[in-house]
Ligand binder design. Sequence first.
Ligand code: GDP
Ligand code: IMO
Ligand code: MG
Length: 424
Amino acid sequence: MPATVIVGAQWGDEGKGKIVDLLAQDSDLVCRYQGGPNAGHTIVVGEETYKIRALPTGIVRGKICVIGNGCVIDPEVLIAELDEFERRGHSTENVFVSGNAHLIMPWHLAIDSASERRLGKLAIGTTRRGIGPCYADKAARIGIRVQDILDPKILRQKIEVALAEKNLWLERVYETKPFELGEVAGRLEEHAQRIRPYVADTSLLVDRALKEGQSVLFEGAQATLLDLDHGTYPFVTSSNPVAAYAAVGVGIGAKRLDRVLGVSKAYVTRVGEGPFPSEIEGPDQERMRELGGEYGTVTGRIRRCGWLDLVALRYAVRVNGIDQLALTKLDVLSHFDELPVCVRYELPDGTETEDFPAHQSDFHAARPVYETLPGWDEPLDTCETIGDLPANARSYVEFVERELDVEVQLVGTGAERTNVLTRA
Ligand code: GDP
Ligand code: IMO
Ligand code: MG
């Protein structure tokens, strides 16, 4: 398919990077369309591990990489990543950055942390990478964009205007240190030199690639339940990871997207605060965390672990228009005798529903109704196709397909690049 969106179907860290890396083999371009360095996508290639935050995962396979207008960019993180890939022998000459993407400035990081501190018990548990404050400034039309670095005079002027307001907030509201214009501008001017060659009209570039029949992957960061509009607000990120945003975040027409591939773990994890109906109670939570290595790529925080939630996944299928699913980390479940799967929620009024509650108060109080499936002992690493899976593992996958009415096209059986099963 020429244009495929890869979207997280849960609360992030589903293994999107690994699936993008797999599909990138047969693609020409890989585009990030939203989010920023709050993302952490891990690719394991033999002895090499790549933890990617800003660049599209296609960089590992040397594909054309686009950072779209819907993204927010921390220049320091981007430059460090570009340098690292160059150092590891990967060319970055095919990286293109939209001039309309917004820049994460030092005050965004400071405000993110200060605001979380201030919220105390009500904190969102952000990655503290300045994502929310940067998107807030974008919406308020006072942001600084990548294209501003092309003109040092404009850049300094914009920093000056921004600082006049941000420093007031930092000092008076958050009681923290202000920034000094000369220092911030000087540092950004240095970064500008390094980033300038990558700035391009990425909308035009992707449009031309599609017209020429090239294959384009749209790599989602974060995930459906972290979506600003469709996620578990306010415990969400500040962008729109849902598949439809791929068109907006790259600058192509809505009808250009051909296929949506959802990525879901065979269970669920969540980093940060917020409701989580199928969160595991008791020692199995810790066990799953250890087996799955469930620690944040960006912040090292523990990921909360839960049983697969089909109510939430059904919702992800709906709001993204998921055509097929990749079910990752099935190997992690090999060590459990029984596997509860959440098939419905019980609501406060005693009714049960298969549909994700539309209102927060229902969702916060929802209790999971489980169906328990038998586990399996056999290791999965000798399987070559989904059909080779042990009977109970295959039944687990088929159960998911039946409940969601979506085909599971790929199954993850290990972190390594090659540990993915296909249909045939
Ligand atoms: P992303 O943010 O969606 O790209 O996911 P992350 O990279 O943050 O987290 C997924 C983690 O699981 C990474 O450490 C991957 O190396 C690992 N992983 C991905 N697929 C599999 C799988 O099928 N099995 C196992 N055991 N690990 C996997
Ligand atoms: P990838 O792309 C998991 C979570 C944070 C927090 C909330 C808001 O690797 O799947 P933010 O810093 O975005 O304002 O934080 O969103 N979060 C993620 N959780 N994976 C991610 O990215 C995440 N990016 C943000 O933990 O709960
Ligand atoms: Mg991640």
